[in-house]
Ligand binder design. Structure first.
Ligand SMILES: [Zn+2]
Length: 267
């Protein structure tokens, strides 16, 4: 009698996407799809429910849910400072989601080794900002062991892989806004692009895009609560650590602090 019941349980668990008891296994042999990332986060929330909480912070233009994962050490201490990380603003920078997922894995699954990092901080991570753009960049031809130069993409399949913006139409014949140029501070200054067909188009107005609005809400919440202490946004186009101000190159009031943190990050 117990065998059929066991099989039924497995079938139901599988069909609902509930992970096995050992917890979801983080894979590094391929890039996760948007759906794979969402499943992975859900699996962590299910398996490590005392330390992990998921929050849906908005929807993309194509109606994909954007989800942050909040990671604590489970001590129930409230009001800790928060480190916020996002990744995947630019569709083609696939490495950034992987980096964010790896950090999530280290903080949640490898908690014992890294618990010092959670003693006085909670972490909020949004591993994929531009879910539509990323999904689009995964479509089309699959390239294996081939170098694609995005400065001059040769074919339409190369152009798909090199997609950078989101997927909301920005003009009659052009799609997409460069999401990290869509923020309000100094919007449209210092070389921001007005051409809706260009890959770095700033958008029709500040925060015109649902994805940048979602990130804005998270940041404002952290400012209002006074808990936000560090914001890192991952890109993989160049090997640099950049800190404010990006819009005009001026030094921020606390640039010494930025410099110290950046230098620690290099090590
Ligand atoms: Zn980027």
């Amino acid at each position: 009698m117990s065998l059929p019941l066991f099989l039924v349980t497995l079938f139901i668990s599988g069909s609902l996407g509930i992970p096995f008891r050992s917890g979801p296994k983080y894979q590094t042999d391929d890039y996760y799809t948007y759906e794979g990332i969402q499943e992975y986060l859900k699996g962590l929330a299910y398996t490590y429910s005392n330390r992990v909480k998921l929050t849906d912070i908005g929807k993309t233009y194509e109606n994909r849910t954007l989800t942050t994962i909040t990671i604590s050490n489970g001590d129930r201490r409230t009001g800790k400072n928060v480190i916020f990380i996002d990744a995947g603003f630019h569709a083609r920078e696939w490495l950034t989601h992987t980096a964010a997922l790896n950090i999530i894995d280290q903080l949640v699954v490898n908690f014992k080794e890294n618990q010092e990092l959670l003693k006085d901080y909670d972490w909020v991570i949004l591993p994929l900002v531009n879910a539509d753009g990323y999904t689009y960049s995964r479509s089309g031809n699959v390239f294996i062991n081939e170098t694609i130069t995005c400065n001059e993409p040769l074919t339409s399949d190369h152009q798909i892989k090199c997609w950078r913006k989101n997927r909301k139409p920005s003009a009659e014949d052009c799609i997409g806004t460069d999401l990290n140029r869509n923020f309000e501070y100094d919007w449209g200054k210092e070389g921001d692009i007005n051409d809706p067909c260009y890959l770095a188009f700033k958008g029709i107005s500040p925060f015109s895009e649902p994805e940048s609005q979602a990130v804005k809400r998270v940041l404002l919440d952290l400012v209002k609560s006074g808990r936000g202490i560090l914001y890192l946004t991952f890109h993989s186009a160049i090997s640099l650590i950049l800190y404010p101000w990006g819009s005009n190159g001026d030094k921020a009031e606390n640039f010494k602090e930025h410099e110290e943190v950046a230098e620690a990050g290099i090590l």
